[in-house]
Design a binder for this molecule. Structure first.
Ligand SMILES: Cc1cc2nc3c(=O)[nH]c(=O)nc-3n(C[C@H](O)[C@H](O)[C@H](O)COP(=O)(O)O)c2cc1C
Ligand code: SF4
Ligand code: SF4
Length: 264
């Protein structure tokens, strides 16, 4: 049976989860998820969608992917929504979106890992981060068994109040996400290396006079701010005092590979 894992990541957490799952499933092929604007055919019998939760819902890339995916009938779908503790109704949103295309999500799991949302602070103490990695590894093992047995279950979701309130905030903010890059700026540590431009999966950063310029088609993955080797990118006023984060087992080359897969 052919299994494809389609992953999107800003700081490597989702990629690491996808790799853990690939190890457990043994024969799964891992692909970076392209940003789709036209039909995209896959021949997998099982399709896994692995992505970060953004603003209590689906990043636009996931919506585009589902909207353009063409699969064999009876494809078994599973999803892992990687988040920092508030998945809210993200997997319900995914399930509903898929049902508009007559696709059925068999299982959907919330995977809690350190936060990469630097506008609100750092990823937390190292021992807490390590506890989250160990917990996720255990959960992945159980999930792999469920997938291999072809089971169907209710998807993970947050408490009702979160689902209602945060889904509303998601809906209100979704259309303006692409413009949030107006809050990025660079301090005088920027040496013009261009890495921020190269890691951006949305090709949203142009180097102008050896400084990054954001083009307002941002997906808010935060790869640019988190992977800048000089820590020169800031978002608003507070990030200057917060530590940067990416998953310790994911390297810059992985992110460059994802950026290359941007177009099909
Ligand atoms: C724009 C943005 C919004 C986020 N919103 C949420 C959220 O609503 N709930 C949550 O638990 N984590 C949220 N996070 C944190 C990420 O989901 C989490 O850190 C995830 O592990 C990042 O995965 P990645 O490294 O694969 O990008 C958000 C992160 C970003 C960048
Ligand atoms: S990655 Fe950092 S140092 Fe390099 S060009 Fe971008 S902002 Fe400047
Ligand atoms: S500009 Fe930065 S936050 Fe926006 S999509 Fe590119 S890397 Fe992600």
């Amino acid at each position: 049976m052919k299994t494809g894992l389609y992953v999107y990541t800003g700081t490597g957490n989702s990629l690491w989860i996808a790799r853990q799952l690939a190890l457990e499933l043994k024969d799964a092929a891992l692909h970076f998820m392209p940003y789709l604007s036209e039909g995209f055919e896959v021949e997998d019998d099982r399709v896994g969608i692995i992505f970060p939760v953004h603003i209590w819902g689906l990043p636009s890339r996931i919506i585009q992917f589902i909207n353009h995916l063409q699969v064999k009938p009876e494809t078994y779908f599973f999803a892992l929504a990687v988040n920092a503790g508030q998945t809210a109704a993200t997997l319900v949103q995914l399930q509903k979106l898929m049902s508009t295309r007559r696709l059925s999500l068999a299982v959907g799991y919330s995977m809690v890992l350190p936060s990469n949302y630097i506008p609100w602070g750092g990823p937390g103490p190292i021992d807490t981060q390590q506890r989250l990695y160990r917990g996720a590894q255990e959960k992945v093992k159980a999930i792999a068994g469920t997938i291999l047995r072809g089971e169907r279950k209710k998807v993970d979701r947050g408490p009702l109040w979160q689902n209602v309130l945060f889904s509303l905030i998601y809906k209100m903010s979704f259309r303006s996400v692409h413009k949030l890059d107006k809050n990025f700026w660079v301090d005088d540590r920027c040496n013009g290396c261009g890495i921020c431009s190269k890691v951006c999966p949305a090709a949203n950063i142009e180097m102008t006079n050896e400084k990054p310029a954001w083009l307002h088609r941002c997906e808010q993955c935060l790869a640019c701010i988190q992977w800048c080797p000089q820590e020169a990118i800031q978002y608003g006023k507070k990030t200057i005092k917060y530590p940067r984060y990416h998953h310790p087992e994911v390297i810059l080359e992985d992110m460059l590979e994802q950026a290359k897969a941007n177009k099909v």
